[in-house]
Design a protein around this ligand. Structure first.
Ligand SMILES: [Zn+2]
Length: 303
């Protein structure tokens, strides 16, 4: 046995995204031992993805000391984590009611856990990242969409069909823009990456990243855009405090790279919109970056 291999065996984790399918072997300390990835065959539908997952597993099994005893999948929601079926993945066509968990389990002859990417990442940050040691936390990722996961009383909040915690679809203004979910005025429609990019371009910037750079150089227009983004996030975060009373709010996703710039405005919003007893919350950036989903899937597979 090598020092990095550990009691309890290794876990195989998948992170299924709209563009990349990533897989890794993690040991019981949640360290990534090996990783492989493929461009997601989104057009091929679920059968093609199962094939890609199987071939990634075979590649990983060829490494020494890479044997695994449990498998976890982080996939875009909404999905039904109780039945192990995907429901309708906005980024991947043809997945309605596909038994992803059981199909992969049959291929690999191992138990498989399927969880949505928001809850997976929340679990990763909870057990191995910015949320360590907390029993009550809310994780929010702000990237192409806004997703998240909620830990309450030291347990993952799942709700009916395991669909709780879709924090991006909290409506903050019924007269707001159309959201990818079909609703109107969701937090995601106002504050996710595409909305920020659109506002950036309307103001003559190439994209959101250029706005962040300009704001760091104290460009007034860029600072105004960032302040507006923080304002929207603040509405959402204040509601999350009232709903779940977390000790800590963890923000991940590409937009969280600008958390330091947005922090004062978000906290101002929290003070304005949350009741006094809810305001003592820590707001921190996620620590696991792109690995949050993989690590969280491994956490859940081991549970
Ligand atoms: Zn929505």
């Amino acid at each position: 046995m090598t020092p990095r291999e550990s009691e309890g065996g290794n876990t195989l984790a998948f992170d299924l995204g709209g563009t990349q399918l990533r897989a890794a072997i993690l040991n019981s300390s949640l360290e990534i031992l090996q990783r492989e990835s493929l461009a997601t065959d989104a057009q091929g539908g679920p059968r093609a993805i199962i094939q890609q997952m199987t071939s990634l597993a075979e590649r990983l099994m060829k490494y020494p000391h890479a044997a695994f005893t449990a498998v976890g999948i982080s996939a875009p929601g909404p999905l039904d984590s109780t039945s192990g079926k995907t429901l309708s993945l906005p980024t991947l066509p043809g997945w309605e009611d596909f038994p992803l968990r059981d199909e992969l389990s049959a291929r690999l002859s191992l138990p498989v856990v399927l969880e949505n990417d928001g809850i997976s990442a929340a679990c990763g940050e909870w057990k191995h990242g910015a949320g360590r040691g907390h029993n009550n936390l809310v994780y929010v990722t702000v990237s192409t969409g806004i997703g998240g996961g909620v830990i309450v009383d030291g347990k993952v909040l799942r709700g009916r069909r395991g669909m709780a915690g879709h924090v991006g679809h909290m409506m903050i203004d019924p007269s707001g823009p159309i959201c990818p979910c079909g609703g109107k005025g969701c937090l995601e429609a106002f504050a996710a990456g595409p909305a920020l990019n659109r506002i950036a371009q309307q103001n003559g910037f190439a994209d959101a990243a250029e706005v962040v750079t300009a704001a760091r150089q104290r460009n007034a227009q860029a600072m105004e855009i960032i302040s507006r983004e923080a304002e929207y996030l603040g509405y959402g975060f204040a509601s999350l405090l009232h709903l779940y009373s977390p000790e800590i709010l963890i923000m991940g996703g590409g937009v969280s790279n600008a958390l330091d710039l947005m922090y004062p405005k978000i906290m101002e919003q929290i003070h304005r919109h949350a009741m006094p007893s809810f305001r003592e919350v820590k707001l921190v950036a996620a620590q696991l970056g792109d690995n949050a989903g993989l690590i969280g899937a491994a956490v859940l597979a081991r549970a």
